[in-house]
Write a protein that binds this ligand. Structure first.
Ligand SMILES: *[C@@H]1O[C@H](CO)[C@@H](O)[C@H](O)[C@H]1NC(C)=O
Ligand SMILES: *[C@@H]1O[C@H](CO)[C@@H](O)[C@H](O)[C@H]1NC(C)=O
Ligand SMILES: *[C@@H]1O[C@H](CO)[C@@H](O)[C@H](O)[C@H]1NC(C)=O
Ligand SMILES: *[C@@H]1O[C@H](CO)[C@@H](O)[C@H](O)[C@H]1NC(C)=O
Ligand SMILES: *[C@@H]1O[C@H](CO)[C@@H](O)[C@H](O)[C@H]1NC(C)=O
Ligand SMILES: *[C@@H]1O[C@H](CO)[C@@H](O)[C@H](O)[C@H]1NC(C)=O
Length: 573
């Protein structure tokens, strides 16, 4: 079970009421503002999902924020370093800085020109297996913002991250400024950007803000606190690693060197700004802060409630990390949003305590994510709903139903794949699948009557719920809520979600809206010994034991097949 994440979601629930009140007050205060200036902007989206209330982070013209991904340039790159176990802390930061409370509307790419952010997680070999499980789930869910990295250079995060930043430029990802900090820090990005724009920092006029190295360098606790660098300051620092001191980071070492050799040219063209007024350590009390308005960054905040309080105190607003999150409303035909897909590929990222899928799960998730990316669908992996079945006294597999109920509201269709299923024909689109199903049921109109599409393979005595499609409709909500979820008592005594779904679709009330692909092994759910070239999805579902080995073997076969379409596939796939 994911203890940390569980606790986090409980926390959300407890705080929900005051949060809603606050949101409502903010909403009321904001009404005149919006009416005056931004009549037709999708601002202040407010919906009833318990962790998705967010005011639209920006009311600018979205086209101006839109990034051209072929060679993106960002205002700010933000690198946040952390240890593997800091899952909760990373979640809190996603929420505080970007308004991301979950991955139901995921950032598939960071495509606003405002920010490029990454969490860096120290790669370690020996780690508590429970921590590793939680981290692997997080990686599957937030793959776009996590980098697992070796911290080299006698454990200097700064040097490691500067090297990473420099290597980005080679990959054609550029930015004006870079901020380095740890996961127990807060920054006011807007203030930082405003100060840089004004070219006045700590009463100094800065001639070239691309050369600044702005931090607090005077004490030994600065390594984890924010440092703000101009993009042209990075290479000169990396060229002067010989000045690195043993007890402090490369950046602090160069500051100390510079401080002692003001007439020297190395690294003379950097503009060091030692600014203990704006970049401060949390002094454990607001009363000890010398100038709250001056603060752009604060470090060493270790309690979650203090992070939350200080976010308000320091007037930190969220930055839009991707266009998909520009409008967070639930899906409806009227509010269709060109930045967001109507189709989500959904899967489980929950790792059981036997750790059997630890290695295979991330690779299987990657197969689905790449498929989604290729066709512009959302990719949503969920684990918390599996973990929470512990409280519902049902088998974890029921997490699938809770997850689908949550996610479905934000999309027109979802396609579910179990962790041990993956795409084997990744050029085949959901649209093509629908076209082929239309032919089968006798036309578009007929398919429109269907809300739940699922296969019953040859020889199986019931549907196989490892792969299915569901339409966001009243029928589906009703079906899940009032039929599938209603087997509560039987679920407690061992009934699985697949049996509940079978019993439901066999009831006359529900049958008409179900497209049952009867004795169908090839449309969207193929067992490995029945694979035929061109099949869409393979599903291992071994009767007994762990599917990891066959899944890994299958993925490597797929790799060969994708490289060479004539590859001789031997069965089982
Ligand atoms: C993105 O940039 C590339 C290269 O500069 C250009 O060829 C392409 O048309 C641009 N795409 C959009 C959508 O602006
Ligand atoms: C703190 O910094 C001083 C130099 O300013 C250094 O001599 C000392 O070793 C450092 N202490 C620690 C614990 O790193
Ligand atoms: C800077 O100068 C002081 C005193 O002159 C000395 O103690 C210190 O070691 C020097 N530091 C560096 C990094 O050169
Ligand atoms: C808080 O931040 C917002 C936008 O980031 C700004 O408009 C407002 O003036 C700030 N308020 C204070 C008290 O600094
Ligand atoms: C994927 O499926 C389509 C439609 O069935 C088929 O035309 C195509 O050849 C398949 N692609 C591969 C790589 O098998
Ligand atoms: C594919 O492999 C099988 C078993 O190795 C072999 O019997 C068969 O002849 C091969 N087919 C082709 C087309 O190479």
């Amino acid at each position: 079970m994911k203890e940390q994440l569980k606790l986090r979601s409980q926390f959300h629930k407890i705080k929900l009421f005051p949060l809603l009140i606050t949101a409502f007050v903010i909403f009321l205060l904001a009404i005149p503002y919006y009416i005056n200036d931004y009549n037709n902007i999708l601002s202040s989206s407010y919906d009833s999902n318990d962790n998705e209330f967010v005011t639209s982070p920006l009311s600018d013209n979205p086209a101006e924020m839109m990034q051209n991904m072929s060679c993106p340039h960002y205002k700010t790159a933000l690198f946040i370093f952390s240890e593997m176990e800091d899952v909760n802390q990373r979640m809190l930061m996603r929420e505080t800085l970007f308004g991301i409370t979950d991955n139901i509307i995921p950032c598939m790419k960071q495509d606003t020109n405002l920010i490029y952010y990454k969490f860096f997680v120290r790669k370690i070999n020996k780690v508590n297996v429970a921590i590793k499980r939680d981290f692997r789930s997080e990686q599957m869910e937030y793959y776009h913002d996590i980098v697992e990295i070796d911290v080299k250079n006698t454990d200097d995060w700064h040097q490691t991250l500067l090297e990473y930043a420099q290597s980005l430029q080679e990959k054609c990802i550029t930015f004006d400024h870079l901020i380095l900090m740890d996961v127990f820090s807060l920054i006011n990005l807007k203030k930082i950007q405003d100060k840089i724009l004004s070219s006045k920092i700590e009463n100094r006029v800065i001639t070239d803000t691309r050369k600044i190295v702005w931090g607090t360098f005077e004490n030994n606790r600065t390594e984890n606190m924010a440092v703000i660098l101009g993009s042209s300051a990075i290479q000169p620092i990396l060229d002067n690693t010989k000045y690195k001191l043993e007890y402090t980071s490369l950046i602090s070492s160069l500051y100390l060197y510079y401080f002692n050799h003001t007439d020297s040219l190395i690294p003379g063209d950097l503009i060091f700004i030692n600014d203990p007024i704006s970049i401060v350590e949390w002094p454990n009390s607001i009363r000890s802060l010398y100038c709250v308005d001056c603060i752009v960054a604060m470090g060493h905040i270790y309690q979650e409630y203090e992070i939350r309080d200080l976010t308000k105190e320091l007037n930190i607003s969220t930055t839009l990390p991707c266009m998909a999150r520009y409008d967070l409303r639930m899906y409806s035909k009227e509010t269709q949003n060109k930045y967001r897909s109507n189709i989500a590929v959904v899967t489980s990222s929950f790792l059981y305590k036997d750790n059997c899928m630890m290695e295979a799960a991330p690779l299987s998730a990657k197969n689905k994510r790449e498929y989604a990316e290729r066709h512009g669908y959302a990719f949503v992996a969920r684990s918390t709903e599996y973990a929470q079945q512990y409280y519902r006294k049902r088998s974890p597999v029921w997490g699938k139903v809770d997850a689908v109920e949550k996610i479905l509201a934000y999309y027109e269709w979802i396609i579910w794949l179990d962790m041990d299923a993956f795409f084997t024909n990744r050029s085949y689109t959901i649209k093509q699948l629908f076209e082929s199903l239309e032919k089968r049921v006798g036309g578009k109109k007929e398919l429109e009557k269907m809300d739940f599409i699922v296969a019953r393979p040859k020889g199986d005595n019931m549907i196989n719920a490892g792969v299915f499609l569901m339409r966001n409709s009243d029928w589906t909500r009703d079906f899940l809520r009032n039929c599938v979820q209603s087997f509560y008592a039987r679920a407690k005594s061992g009934m699985r979600e697949q049996q509940a779904m079978r019993d439901c679709i066999n009831t006359p009330k529900w049958t008409p809206n179900v497209l049952l692909l009867y004795r169908d092994d090839h449309t969207m759910n193929t067992f490995p010994d029945r694979f035929v070239r061109g099949d869409f999805i393979i599903h291992y579902a071994p009767e007994l034991g762990c599917p990891a080995d066959p899944v890994l073997k299958g993925l490597s076969k797929l790799k060969m097949l994708e490289e060479d379409p004539n590859f001789n596939v031997t069965l089982p796939f």
